[in-house]
Design a protein around this ligand. Structure first.
Ligand SMILES: Nc1nc2c(ncn2[C@@H]2O[C@H](COP(=O)(O)OP(=O)(O)OP(=O)(O)O)[C@@H](O)[C@H]2O)c(=O)[nH]1
Ligand SMILES: [Mg+2]
Length: 320
């Protein structure tokens, strides 16, 4: 029988050092990648390609889904994935501690109710006050399988570790700021049900390790208001955008990602029209809030990594 890594779920193998799941001694429980991440904080990118729809298709009937989100992933792409899940489900907004104080929790919840048409319960949580009890009150007694799903890096494995620890079980899933730390399903028996950690929804990106580390949001986001078009707006080493008009736009992302004006030459590859009250997400990094209608030019950011969605920050959805 194939043995799977207890940290990330990948099938263990002792033949190909460069491939996921490598371990020199097959009797070990954790792959080399997990071992290095956990003990030396040595971050390694996963090689596995992820298919979001196939993750959802593996959910067994009559299960319960805890769909995890965080502040920088509330966009239309994630909405479609949420909507495609037919099982009983709830939304868990993770990393409550990173949400700027100026944005009330109720605003995000109202947005999900109005724009995502979410009828199911929505709960907020973070690693300082995990809401296990509240989550568990929604799991029907008859449900045997509980799936924890959501975009990569939102804190799914961290949540399960704490939930297991709270039940006196040893939560030892690997957690890191790299995307796709969890590489395959991990099935864990708890006192009341079987819980499944999952591979985070993701898409290919070309960010450097440095950017990935910096983009991990550790504390409350301090929004940055910035203006072009006299200069480009440089988003660290990720890329550039420039607006046609002078309206300030607001960046929400890790405080370690530098968002500054840039006066050098930039070669733009894309021009996009943005309706008013819109968030323009740079996948996994953060988003710009556009209060007004704009036309933006973009440089160095793959089209695939840009997601445009109506905003939960201002406009008709509450206060400005
Ligand atoms: N600020 C903050 N960071 C958190 C919280 N929970 C988890 N993290 C951090 O978020 C990062 C990702 O956590 P994981 O638990 O590995 O996330 P995941 O959703 O399992 O990610 P993948 O397995 O890669 O899809 C880690 O650096 C965690 O320390 C939280 O409540 N607040
Ligand atoms: Mg994980």
């Amino acid at each position: 029988m194939t043995k799977h890594c207890k940290g990330c779920g990948i099938a263990l193998q002792n033949t190909l050092k460069e491939k996921d799941g490598y371990v020199s001694d097959i009797t070990k429980d954790y792959c080399e990648r997990c071992f290095k991440m956990t003990h030396y904080h040595e971050l390694t990118s996963a090689k596995k390609k992820i298919n979001n729809k196939s993750i959802i298709s593996k959910i067994k009937p009559n299960s319960f889904v805890i769909f995890c989100l965080d502040f920088i992933n509330i966009n239309d792409e994630v909405k479609e994935l949420y909507k495609s899940i037919k099982e009983k489900k709830i939304i868990l907004i993770m990393k409550n501690d990173i949400i700027p104080k100026s944005i009330k929790e109720s605003k995000i919840i109202n947005y999900l109710r109005n724009f995502w048409q979410v009828k199911e319960p929505i709960i907020t949580t973070d690693k300082y006050h995990y809401s296990f009890r509240t989550v568990e009150t929604y799991i029907p007694n008859i449900v045997k399988n509980v799936y924890v799903l959501g975009p990569t890096n939102v804190g799914k494995s961290s949540f399960i570790n704490s939930l297991l620890n709270s039940q006196g079980l040893n939560g030892s899933l690997t957690v890191s700021e790299m995307p796709n730390t969890t590489l395959d399903w991990i099935k864990i028996e708890t006192n009341n049900y079987t819980i499944y950690d999952s591979v985070g929804f993701t898409y290919l990106n070309n960010y450097s390790k440095d950017i990935i580390k910096k983009s991990n949001i550790k504390k409350e986001i301090k929004p940055i208001s910035i203006q072009s078009p006299d200069a480009a707006i440089k988003i660290d080493n990720v890329g550039f955008i420039k607006t046609k008009n002078k309206y300030p736009i607001t960046w929400f992302g890790s405080n370690n990602i530098e968002v500054t004006k840039y006066y050098g030459e930039v070669e733009y590859s894309n021009i996009i029209s943005i309706p008013k009250n819109t968030n323009v997400f740079i996948r996994g990094i953060g988003f710009f809030y556009f209060k007004e209608e704009e036309t933006i030019s973009i440089a160095n950011i793959k089209e695939d990594n840009i997601i445009i969605s109506s905003s939960f920050v201002g406009g008709t959805n509450g206060q400005d």
